[in-house]
Design a protein. Structure first.
Length: 590
């Protein structure tokens, strides 16, 4: 590498050894942190340095294209994503690490198409093999980690410890083997503190969030920096920021960062403006494709889209062949078409068979459950447990209402005294018939029996307003009819008379977390459902409002964010305190 320098801003020049230093690019969404990181990558590539990008967003392919979207950009290999030279598989992390180290290739690893578990598996395998191999093959290489909090999280789950350990080794010890790194994130408080403390050069753009600024303040104070850095962050313009490097550069400057020379694939599309198309340039990648032939073959295996595309290509080739073409060549083409058609047909048949088998299993399970339920209810009536049918005691009991779930069977029981000491409550106390709204309230209470519900939970479940006149009227009907009671704990309960009146027209009590979520899915707004899903996924762990807001794409200060939290809190599905928000373990059966 020549002794050139990097110039990523208007007032400061970085020495060439920046390739093996550790950077952090921090800024709010849209402030330009990825833009700045790609400027740094461009200049490293201009120095002929090796650049490796771990991209879970899918924007870094723009390095291959010039800023005009059409001309040649940088010579860098793209793996995965919509613009990849080869596909990328979750199981190929170690293979790509060997390729990167053994051939010293600059590469973008676009894992934006992976599910969460697939991304973690790929990243852990890649980081472990990359670090281990670099120990014996030392050379300057810079690793860019987009959305660093995904790979170096402050809070780790059972499937994240190995991944965090591998990246911690790279960032903490990697410089010994020629590895530099840049972490890019809008959430510094969510990056592991052991990792963040290794940063030699902080590039921070506009930051508004309280938690983000607090994390930066703690970090710079620990290193003895002036706190005014944090206080001025909200007022920075787009593309403007601070560079702070107390040990390496001994610099603390407010600067305007340089512009890109390659295509800005991370730019947010604007309403009313046509998005420019970018044409990927060609680089010398044939040798790399050969190295990854096994990976490509595995990705293409049993892919219906690729099969249909190959069939179309072969059919066009056969149709375009002239009459004077070699008969043997035509026969080969026709045979290839037939082989691919048979392969596609076999795949379609396997998919159909799997679908039929799944449908058959579901039907069989439903039939078995229905039969068992009927047997249990028959045993219950035969046991003469104090329950008798209205009318002729010797009459044959019909279980059709169980299947239809719309009929009501009225049962008689001896008078039952309320636990609150009220007058005797019997089925004859119920003022029949109740109005539809009151019946919905009663059915909801019976569904959770013997547990009670708060008034807010009940109102949320039946989707009524507690402040309305109809709610008060329904409540009065049910209490006067002896169907419900409000006990000293403040919860509402269905009385036995209320249960008798409701009969079998009551949904089953939720037995699992999935049952509870299914019950509430039709009653909650989309944003509230998304919040609940995220909190359940964290199994009762507390998330800050900022963390939850980022996960659902809402600002914590927004009115809709507060409304969704209120919906979930009234339903008894979450707990909100000064530490943050968490799923209600008992009510969600976690």
């Amino acid at each position: 590498m020549t002794a050139k320098s990097l110039r990523i801003c208007d007032r400061l020049t970085l020495p060439a050894d920046a390739v093996t230093q550790t950077f952090a690019c921090i800024g709010r969404k849209g402030a330009g942190k990825t833009y700045l990181a790609t400027v740094l990558a461009e200049q490293m590539l201009d120095l002929a340095a090796q650049v490796v990008v771990l991209d879970p967003v899918g924007n870094w392919w723009g390095l291959r294209v010039a800023a005009d979207g059409r001309s040649k950009g940088k010579d860098i290999f793209i793996a995965g994503g919509e613009h990849g030279d080869v596909p990328i598989l979750p199981e190929a992390g170690a293979r790509f690490a060997r390729l990167v180290v053994d051939r010293s290739v600059s590469i973008v690893l676009d894992c934006s198409g992976f599910r969460q578990g697939e991304r973690k598996r790929f990243a852990a395998d890649f980081a472990e093999e990359f670090f281990h191999r670099k120990k014996t093959q030392r050379s300057a290489c810079h690793l860019f980690v987009e959305e660093a909090q995904l790979f170096c999280p402050q809070r780790t789950g059972p499937d994240e410890a190995r991944m965090l350990g591998a990246f911690e080794n790279i960032i903490r010890l990697g410089r010994n083997y020629g590895i530099g790194a840049t972490m890019i994130s809008q959430r510094p408080q969510s990056i592991n503190k052991e990792v963040l403390s290794q940063v030699e050069c902080l590039c921070v753009l506009q930051v508004n969030g309280t938690h983000e600024r607090k994390a930066l303040e703690e970090w710079v104070q620990e290193a003895g920096a002036d706190r005014k850095l944090v206080g001025e962050l909200p007022g920075l313009a787009r593309g403007e920021g601070y560079i702070w490097s107390p040990s390496w550069l001994r610099a603390f400057q407010r600067v305007r960062f340089s512009g890109k020379t390659t295509f800005d694939a991370s730019a947010t599309p604007e309403v009313g403006k046509q998005t420019r198309s970018a044409l990927l340039t060609q680089v010398d990648i044939e040798a790399l494709k050969t190295d990854l032939a096994e990976v490509v073959a595995q990705a293409q295996k049993d892919d219906p889209k690729l099969l249909r595309r190959r069939i179309a290509e072969l059919e066009r080739a056969a149709a375009a062949a002239s009459p004077a073409a070699d008969p043997a060549e035509l026969a080969t083409l026709r045979q290839q078409v037939q082989d691919h058609k048979r392969q596609a047909l076999d795949l379609a048949h396997r998919i159909t068979a799997i679908q039929r088998e799944a449908e058959s299993c579901v039907k069989s399970l439903a039939t078995a459950v229905e039969a068992r339920l009927t047997e249990l209810l028959q045993d219950l009536f035969r046991a003469n447990m104090g329950i008798s049918c209205v009318g002729d005691p010797g009459a044959v009991v019909s279980f059709e209402p169980i299947i239809q779930r719309r009929s009501v069977v009225l049962l008689q029981k001896p008078p039952v005294t309320s636990k609150t000491g009220d007058s005797c409550l019997t089925s004859s106390n119920c003022d029949l018939p109740l109005r539809a709204g009151a019946r919905r309230m009663l059915a909801a209470l019976c569904q959770w029996f013997p547990s009670g519900r708060t008034e807010a939970q009940l109102a949320a479940q039946v989707r009524m307003k507690r402040t309305s006149g109809t709610w008060a009227a329904y409540k009065s009907d049910l209490r006067n009819g002896g169907c419900i009671e409000v006990r000293a704990d403040g919860l509402w309960y269905a009385t036995e008379a209320g249960q008798n009146f409701a009969g079998l027209d009551v949904p089953g009590t939720p037995a699992t977390t999935e049952d509870v979520i299914a019950l509430w899915n039709s009653k909650l707004r989309k944003g509230a459902r998304q919040m609940l899903e995220i909190l359940v996924r964290h199994a009762g762990a507390t998330l800050s409002r900022d963390e939850l807001g980022t996960a659902v794409g809402l600002e914590p200060s927004a009115g809709t964010f507060a409304a969704y939290l209120s919906d979930l809190k009234q339903a008894g599905l979450i707990v909100v305190d000064r530490d943050g928000v968490r799923a209600h373990k008992e009510n969600l059966l976690l």
